[in-house]
Design a protein around this ligand. Structure first.
Ligand SMILES: [Zn+2]
Length: 315
């Protein structure tokens, strides 16, 4: 089914939508910076060697690492969106308060960091409500945005967008339009778009991709792609995405700026992805933030650019 939503039904993502800037050519000159606030032992790559019931026994480094990111964002005068794990918000409510006090937008990254396509609807709804409540209690303001653990809203779990709309979210940034072994909807729209759900429309901000030849999407601007690949790749991808008038949706995890984190076992590929270039990420983030204008999702005004496009509807 094709989604069709009138402009008047566009959900409000934030109060600052009038602040959007357009270049002389009419291009939207705006990017988004986001942080998925989780610790090194929460990640999917090590979920086979780290049991969730043992999370309490690992030394937490998320507070100090998030502070490093907050300091860098202050230095670069950027206010971003922080998708916070409910488990973290419950244990470190003062960290959530500090994120908000320093001008950033609080948002939700689930409670248990489980892949959505491995949950049923009731499990996902319960996890999401629990996390949203904890983050809102700590933040003292409404949480409107969601990002799935490991971008796990795929064709198998599009029903999650209905649950998010039902739970009061106005936007989601969990769809990655690439092919990958864990996530991705390769033929999803590549710019912000509206999805019709059983509980009303929700804005989707897909993670940025660019193209070199043909219709093949390449990922750019965040996580392992920023950390592992050389910086010229990020610059090239940024320029190509901007040439298509696509915003860069940048993202990072606090553990990616922590070269001294304890080493975990696990599969070779997981260790390679997780530990490569941890000492280089902080500097690369500074260079990334110098490429253009960055803000939070709420402050970006990009929700106003979202249009209903042909995409499988969830209703
Ligand atoms: Zn995550």
């Amino acid at each position: 089914m094709i989604s069709q939503v009138s402009a008047s039904a566009v959900p409000q993502v934030g109060p600052a939508t009038a602040g959007i800037t357009r270049s002389r050519a009419g291009l939207v000159d705006q990017n988004v910076f986001s942080v998925d606030v989780e610790d090194y032992f929460h990640v999917e790559a090590f979920s086979d060697v780290v049991d969730r019931t043992a999370w309490e026994s690992y030394p937490c480094r998320v507070e100090a690492n998030t502070q490093r990111l907050l300091d860098l964002l202050d230095e670069c005068e950027v206010q971003g969106t922080f998708f916070i794990l409910g488990w973290v918000a419950e244990r470190y409510p003062q960290l959530v308060r500090e994120i908000v006090a320093r001008g950033h937008e609080p948002a939700c990254h689930s409670y248990w960091h489980r892949l959505i396509y491995k949950l049923d609807r009731a499990e996902f709804a319960a996890d999401t409500r629990r996390a949203k409540d904890l983050i809102e209690q700590a933040a003292g303001e409404a949480v409107l945005g969601y990002r799935a653990p490991s971008y796990s809203i795929t064709m198998q779990s599009l029903w999650a967008l209905d649950v998010l709309a039902e739970t009061g979210f106005t936007y989601d940034s969990s769809i990655f339009p690439i092919r990958h072994d864990v996530y991705g909807i390769p033929d999803a729209p590549r710019r912000p778009f509206l999805v019709t759900t059983s509980a009303g429309p929700i804005v989707e901000f897909p993670i940025t991709t660019f193209r070199m030849v043909g219709e093949h999407n390449l990922p750019v601007g965040g996580g392992g792609y920023l950390r592992i690949l050389p910086f010229w790749y990020t610059k090239l991808g940024y320029r190509r995405a901007r040439a298509e008038n696509l915003p860069l949706i940048a993202y990072i995890h606090p553990w990616e700026v922590d070269p001294d984190q304890p080493r975990l076992g696990g599969r070779r590929r997981s260790r390679l992805r997780h530990y490569t270039n941890l000492g280089k990420t902080h500097d690369r983030l500074r260079r990334l933030l110098a490429l253009g204008r960055f803000s939070s999702f709420r402050g970006s005004g990009l929700a106003d650019t979202a249009r209903a496009v042909p995409f499988p509807s969830t209703v």
